[in-house]
Design a protein around this ligand. Structure first.
Ligand code: ATP
Ligand code: MG
Length: 499
């Protein structure tokens, strides 16, 4: 087992940005280290260096006192370092078993996916990571894909395990299960580096914290008498403004009306079963549920991305069932998708281009087929400045932004359209504490203007902070719709598990 791993004076810059400015950290066998910091602080960069994906400009890495050099993640894996990424790195057209066989050193050349099945089942059992080995990756929800990523790392037998925001997409129950797995691995002598924006969670399990801000290490502390606000302050550099409590803004007028909706999954099984609900103007309706219970299919059907089997959808009294995604968008229904890199942005395009992805054809942005680049740039720059997106310029490819900054960009882009209805799926997933409070406050402001929001979230704290009512989805059905003022996190959590 690796006894001690050191990263010493690591520097790495990208054009216009010093992502890692002389950062050092050490981790010992059996330790859980919390790596914290705002979006864009440099956490993933530092860990990608440790995992061999990025080479540092300077600095060294030592394992048990010996210098190591990684020119690829293959080298890092050989050195028994494993990483679960913030963005899933699975092959969508392959099954779970095939994806895992690809990285499995023990897999055979012929029928590689067959031998791995037993080991997947064993891991699934030991760690409670339930997964269907025959499902295709593209059919899985974000939460399920995350489970596959975790199994993948466990299969390579890593001793230093980096988890980059592993619990962002998990439910409270799943997250606490993962935390107990992490603790189990640590007591076995593994070293765990955990990146998360969920401070309560990290305080409950880490031995030590390293805090980064703008590429620099701003703090290193032991887990004795550490509280949330101390850490938050080290991360953000100032006190945090939590979402203001809300007064009801609803006029009682129905904006969005969904009746007896039935939608199928990619496997042609019923995914949304006879769901009916209405959203009022000036209301935030939350949908709580474990990911994979039909949320994805429901929102895709409502945005025109998935066929509706039966049922009707009305918007401002007009029928919009089976309208195209663009027609629905132009009616005033915006969408913040779950998988931001697949549906939210186009990674290789610049921020300018991404800012107008869904409206480049409008007259502000184009003239007889020619794009009006200066208008587009102004628009992108206003999103960047209003939503505090850390980016060196709007001319860079959006895939170069840190995860949380991409999400802030999408939220800004959609809210700037001032949509009548916003369908938001995990809008603060991976977003740091300062920015997620900012987004939640923006949602409240949007609602105060009489607009409506459908908020799909697994973060119950978030739902209770800003939603007026919460619907609990379980196996494609709405089990209950309750006013947040008349229920509790415990009650909703219970219904989420099908109890
Ligand atoms: N390949 C790249 N090219 C250019 N800039 C990059 C690249 N990778 C990262 N950066 C920049 O480096 C900075 C640090 O990014 P990093 O992804 O490490 O942040 P992070 O702390 O992981 O943030 P988050 O919490 O949002 O995931 C960001 O400003 C980002 O835009
Ligand atoms: Mg990151």
């Amino acid at each position: 087992m690796i006894q001690k791993l050191e990263m010493i004076n690591i520097c790495r810059s990208f054009p216009g940005i010093l992502a890692s400015d002389n950062v050092s950290l050490t981790i010992k066998s059996g330790e859980i280290l919390g790596l914290l910091g705002e979006n864009g602080a440099g956490k993933s960069t530092l860990m990608n260096i440790l995992y061999g994906l990025i080479t540092p400009d300077s600095g060294e890495i030592k394992i048990d006192g010996k210098n190591v050099f990684f020119s690829s993640s293959r080298d890092a894996i050989k050195a028994r370092i494993g990483m679960v990424h913030q963005h899933f790195m699975l092959i969508p057209n392959h099954t779970v078993a095939e994806n895992l066989a690809l990285i499995d050193p023990q897999s055979s050349f012929f029928f590689p996916a067959s031998g791995i099945r037993k080991r997947i089942e064993k891991l699934a059992e030991t760690f409670g990571l339930k997964i269907n080995p025959d499902a295709y990756i593209w059919q899985l929800s974000a939460g399920e894909q995350q489970r596959v990523e975790i199994i993948k790392t466990l299969l390579t037998g890593a001793e230093v395990i980096i988890l980059d925001e592993p619990t962002s997409v998990l439910t409270p129950t799943e997250a606490s299960e993962l935390i107990s797995i992490v603790k189990k691995m640590a007591s076995d002598g593994h070293s765990i580096i955990l990146i998360t924006h969920k401070l309560d969670e990290i305080i409950s399990c880490a031995n030590r914290f390293v805090v980064m801000r703008q590429g620099k290490k701003t703090g290193e502390l032991d887990n004795t008498n550490v509280d949330k606000s101390t850490l938050a302050k080290l991360m953000v550099g100032q006190d945090i403004e939590f979402p203001a409590s809300k007064n009801t803004a609803s006029s009682g007028e129905i904006l969005f009306d969904v009746q007896n909706l039935n939608v199928q999954s990619d496997m042609s099984l019923p995914a949304v079963k006879n769901i009916s609900f209405a959203i009022l103007k000036g209301e935030i309706l939350g949908i709580a549920g474990v990911s994979g219970n039909g949320q994805k299919e429901l929102v895709q059907a409502l945005t025109g991305l998935r066929k509706i089997q039966s049922g009707e959808v009305f918007f401002s009294g007009k029928r919009i069932t089976d309208f195209s995604p663009r027609a629905i968008y132009q009616k005033g229904i915006a969408h913040i998708p779950e998988d931001r890199f697949r549906y939210g942005v186009s990674g290789n395009l610049t921020l300018n281009e991404n800012a107008v992805l869904n409206k480049y054809f409008k007259k502000d942005n184009s003239w007889f087929g020619f794009l009006k680049n200066s208008n587009i740039r102004k628009h992108a720059e206003s999103i960047v400045s209003d939503y505090n997106v850390a980016a060196s310029s709007t001319d860079v490819s959006i895939k170069n932004l840190s995860g949380g900054n991409v999400q802030k960009f999408i939220v800004g882009r959609e809210l700037k359209e001032d949509p009548q209805l916003l369908l938001a799926v995990h809008p603060t997933y991976g977003v740091d504490i300062g920015a997620s409070n900012y987004i939640r406050n923006e949602f409240l402001k949007h609602r105060e203007k009489g607009r409506a929001i459908l908020l799909v979230s697994e973060d119950l704290e978030e739902l209770f902070q800003i939603a007026d009512r919460v619907a609990v989805i379980y196996r494609g059905e709405f089990k209950k719709i309750l006013k947040t003022s008349e229920t509790s996190v415990a009650e909703i959590g219970q219904i989420m598990t099908g109890a």
